[in-house]
Design a protein around this ligand. Structure first.
Ligand SMILES: [Zn+2]
Length: 258
């Protein structure tokens, strides 16, 4: 399989809605490594892409189904990296699904892996501008706390549902920390070190243990993305780290290292 064809395909999808941005380039770099490219090779291929991107992508050299599914998964990463799947990206999905006769359950699994690859992007707490202008800080705190609790409930439900049907690989992907990768070896080794009992369980009990661990990891990471109050002016309004405080405008600080 030609890496050139892979990078062109991903670049065409990334360029479908807006010019290729820095995050997409960075993701493509990691994704190409999943096809065996070194970081150096990936960077070269990406910096040689025409700008604006104007090539018609092809998948002639893509023969094995395994690589077809990999490209589909990479495509889903690019498609979901701005949070939603846009209609412009659909024409890139179809040729792959057709050529490799991808089933709905496979597509669902690939999507799940793509989302874990992207990691978690917790939403900002949004306080209406008029409320901030009114200077009613008790009310601001109340609104922020309500929003935070609602997000927490929604996300916990999402994690539960997602992991309910997750296979072993998807669980290791959810447990992954560090740079985005589809390689689950490291996450698996870490998990086995921390949970030596795992190897003595039967498949169903083992998978349940894995899912529980993955869910806890997602929840912990989600919670760590927020601070309960502003550390500068002590406003008791929860906020996402790095977002500005509605009262003093300083950034909500980074999480303390644990
Ligand atoms: Zn503040």
């Amino acid at each position: 399989m030609e890496l050139q064809e892979v990078v062109n395909y991903l670049a065409a999808a990334a360029a479908a809605d807006a010019p290729i941005d820095g995050r997409e380039r960075d993701l493509m770099d990691h994704l190409l490594q999943d096809f065996g490219a070194t970081h150096n090779e990936a960077s070269k291929l990406i910096s040689a892409l025409p700008e604006p991107f104007n090539l018609t992508p092809t998948i002639h050299s893509l023969e094995s189904r395994e690589n077809g599914l990999k490209l589909l998964r990479a495509l889903l990463v690019i498609s979901y990296c701005d949070g939603t799947f846009d209609a412009e990206e659909l024409p890139f999905l179809e040729p792959l699904v057709d050529k490799f006769q991808v089933r709905a359950d496979e597509l669902r699994r690939l999507k799940q892996q793509a989302l874990y690859f992207l990691g978690l992007r917790a939403p900002s707490i949004e306080i209406p501008q008029e409320l901030i202008a009114s200077g009613d800080w008790d009310k601001v705190c109340e609104v922020a706390q309500t929003q935070y609790k609602n997000y927490l409930r929604d996300y916990q439900r999402r994690f539960e549902q997602e992991l309910d049907s997750a296979d072993e690989e998807a669980c290791y992907m959810a447990l992954n920390v560090g740079p985005p990768t589809f390689d689950t070896t490291h996450a698996r080794n870490r998990f086995l070190q921390g949970n030596p009992d795992f190897l003595h369980l039967d498949d169903a009990a083992g998978l349940q243990m894995l899912r529980d661990n993955a869910e806890k990891r997602l929840r912990d990471r989600w919670e760590a993305a927020y601070s309960g109050r502003c550390n500068f002016c002590y406003l008791e309004a929860p906020g996402r780290r790095r977002d500005p405080c509605p009262r003093c405008g300083k950034e909500y600080g980074e999480a303390a290292h644990r």
